[in-house]
Write a protein that binds this ligand. Structure first.
Ligand SMILES: *Cc1c(COP(=O)(O)O)cnc(C)c1O
Length: 361
């Protein structure tokens, strides 16, 4: 007789739902459900992929020195304080695994990224969900929820799926007010979309309880490659590196990510085009009576009258080949998250929502 049971917490995990990519029976589909870069990665990244493919018999390096050096140069950071992972998801996992376990609490917020409670459960810790205020992270509510069991506070800034952001002073107040055993994780997946924003790197340098995570999946257009990184005080990096597998990133990932990162001109172009179409889309939807908060990301959160209207809008968009993201699972049943696509895609979305509202009125 076997008695095989999973570790505590594992069976509490609700599987992550990725954005849909297909609509049965509809061709010419535009996927706006996963916050991908509509222009894809820099052509230099694609070139690097071809070259890296010639060395498949070679093991990758274990220390990611080349990529960390490139990150250090582009962002003005010390490579010694950087760790790379299979997407920032893996870096977030290192953090949870290293610093939280059974009996501990991991804080995330009302509409926070769904990976946070998954990671908390996976290490046996208790995810604690804290209210936001009008779809914005509320530092006072987080501080009020902290206990002597709080080990990690996860916030994305800017946040997904709300697209909102809190000022750096609030992040500082949060880090300052945490109990001594707790780490603040600033998930900067969308940081590059905010001009002049360091994602919290300065806070990492001036404090000892902050970790910043970043990704190649969003502005760099490499969601399919799976590369992310973290920036933390040396003592914490040293801990995280112990749970990282030596060959977690392969040659292709390392070479392609570095090439994408070094094409700064391309990144700026993507940021500017995203900002242009994001304003356009928010205004166009407002013209059809659909509101959205100011967004600091590459998506907008469109608010409908209620869940029924949001679902009907989603179905109509789908029938037009436009795949957006339902976010009822994030406590936002009356909303749809729409990635900012290229100009033709944005025009198609605005047109379809206009048609939907006219038909529904
Ligand atoms: C997309 C996203 C990530 C990135 O995940 P990867 O594993 O790097 O692809 C991380 N955090 C948030 C909030 C995101 O939206």
């Amino acid at each position: 007789m076997t008695k095989i049971t999973p570790q505590p917490g594992i069976m509490e995990i609700a599987l992550y739902q990725g954005g849909a990519a297909h609509v049965v029976g509809v061709t010419d589909v535009v996927k706006l459900s996963s916050n991908e870069n509509p222009f894809g990665p820099s052509p230099k990244a694609t070139d690097a992929l071809r070259k890296a493919g010639l060395d498949l018999h070679r093991y990758p390096g274990t220390d990611h020195a080349g990529l960390r050096k490139a990150i250090g140069e582009v962002y003005g950071l010390d490579p010694e304080n950087i760790i790379c992972g299979v997407g920032s998801d893996e870096v977030l996992q290192f953090i949870a695994q290293s610093f939280a376990g059974p009996g501990d609490e991991v804080i995330y917020t009302e509409h926070g990224f769904s990976m946070y409670p998954i990671l908390a459960h996976a290490c046996g810790a208790k995810p604690v969900k804290v209210d936001e205020t009008d779809r914005v992270v509320d530092v006072d509510k987080i501080l009020a929820a902290c206990t002597d069991k709080t080990r990690i506070v996860f916030i994305a800034n800017p946040a997904n799926p709300t697209g909102t952001m809190i000022p750096m002073e609030d992040c500082k107040r949060l880090a300052e007010g945490l109990p001594p055993q707790a780490i603040l994780v600033l998930d900067g997946a969308y940081a590059e979309f905010v001009e002049g924003y360091d994602g919290g790197a300065g806070m990492v340098e001036s404090r000892d309880n902050v970790i910043m995570t970043r990704t190649f999946s969003k502005i760099f257009g490499l969601g399919g490659l799976r590369v992310g990184w973290g920036y933390a005080p040396k003592e914490l990096i040293d801990v995280l590196n112990r749970v990282r597998q030596p060959f977690n990133l392969n040659n292709l990932q390392l070479q392609v990510a570095e090439a994408a990162l070094r094409d700064r001109e391309y990144t700026v172009k993507c940021r500017l085009e995203n900002a242009r179409m994001r304003s356009w889309l928010i205004e166009a939807l407002a013209g059809h009576g659909v509101q959205a908060d100011e967004s600091f990301t590459n998506f907008i959160l469109a608010r409908f009258a209620d869940e029924k209207e949001a679902n009907a809008a989603d179905a109509y968009l789908k029938s037009q080949g436009l795949i957006v993201r339902k976010v009822a699972g994030y406590g936002l049943p009356n909303c749809l998250r729409i990635t900012v696509g290229d100009e033709p895609s944005c025009r198609r979305v605005a047109h379809a929502i206009g048609q939907f509202k006219e038909g529904a009125a």
